[in-house]
Design a protein around this ligand. Structure first.
Ligand code: BEZ
Ligand code: FE
Length: 301
């Protein structure tokens, strides 16, 4: 019979390793906060199991500590390398999966990312979020409803995206506010705005997480997307994106595992001089349009 717990070591060695795990788990036994106790005891069990499974060398453990030290050193109030690490390990998406259980036909959630800011300008329905950022204009429209199909009027819709050069406004150091805004759904739950057709861009990869991706032949590029956060009283807050159907990066792989099939939307490109939905004159430029109907899950009571 294959022994799946001893990892090829002698029974005496396996027993010594298990005894250490048990001792450390027991050291948290008196923790008065039950949740903290659960979190730490499970962490110890899984961490020890990992060390034993891969037969971690001391050199490898020191390298891991050096790597985490570098992650800490590059992190400040503008650059959050720990979130990037969580993202590229799929830990962010797994936490989202655990905390946003499927709820009827509710729109699926995906990764938040580091580029949301509070206080993005308010625009009216049909307004423009680009703030002059470069890119192809894109008309985005849809509805906000609950899972029973009732319109959700007055939902706050935050939208943000990178420009066509692949940068969010906060990645420039000139204080610009572009490619972001918030608006509210109307009395029928409808909304619409002008944004930019999303294009692929890499997550920040000039730090230890980027070096890890390089060492593992993984791309830092994210599939093209437009971020949404939708809040309404009585509804679960939805943090999500829409992705562009046909974007090759969807097949290649999104560096932070954010793509879900239900979030891939058709973006129809319109030839220059095609009339726009609101009569806006785009000075002979091509444009695109897409539809995203948002279904909010009920908030947990
Ligand atoms: C983003 O979509 O903006 C993003 C998400 C995760 C990591 C880095 C960037
Ligand atoms: Fe993004």
């Amino acid at each position: 019979m294959i022994d799946t717990t001893s990892h090829g070591v002698s029974p005496a060695q396996a027993a010594a390793e298990k005894k250490l795990t048990d001792t450390v788990v027991a050291s948290f036994e008196a923790t008065s906060d039950d949740r903290l106790k659960t979190l730490l005891q499970a962490l110890v069990k899984h961490l020890h199991a990992y060390i034993r499974e891969v037969r971690l060398t001391e050199d490898e453990w020191n390298q891991a500590i050096e790597f985490l030290t570098q992650v800490g050193h590059i992190t400040d109030d503008k650059r959050q390398e720990f979130i990037l690490l969580s993202d590229v390990l799929g830990a962010s998406m797994q936490t989202i999966a655990v905390n946003n259980p499927v709820s009827g036909n509710a729109t699926e959630a995906t990764v938040f990312g580091p580029f949301f800011t509070q206080d993005a300008p308010e625009i009216p329905i049909g307004g423009d979020i680009s703030g002059g950022a470069p890119g192809q204009s894109c008309w985005v429209e849809g509805t906000v409803t609950d899972t029973a199909g009732n319109p959700v009027p007055g939902a706050r819709i935050e939208v943000w995206e990178a420009d066509e050069d692949g940068f969010y406004d906060v990645q420039y150091d000139d204080g610009r506010v572009t490619g972001r805004a918030h608006l509210y759904s109307d009395h029928e739950g409808k909304y619409a705005f002008w944004g930019l057709t999303p294009t692929p861009y890499p997550i920040p990869h000039d730090g230890p997480v980027g070096r890890m991706l390089e060492a593992t032949d993984r791309s830092p590029v994210r599939a093209s997307h437009l971020h949404f956060m939708v809040t309404a009283p009585g509804q679960r807050t939805l943090v999500t994106h829409i992705f562009v159907e046909g974007d090759p990066q969807i097949e290649i792989g999104d560096s932070v595992f954010g793509v879900k099939d239900s979030l891939i939307k058709r973006f129809e490109t319109k030839a220059p001089d095609t009339p726009t939905p609101d009569g806006r004159d785009l000075n002979g430029h091509s444009w695109a349009r897409t539809r995203f109907d948002i279904v909010l899950a009920p908030a947990e009571i």
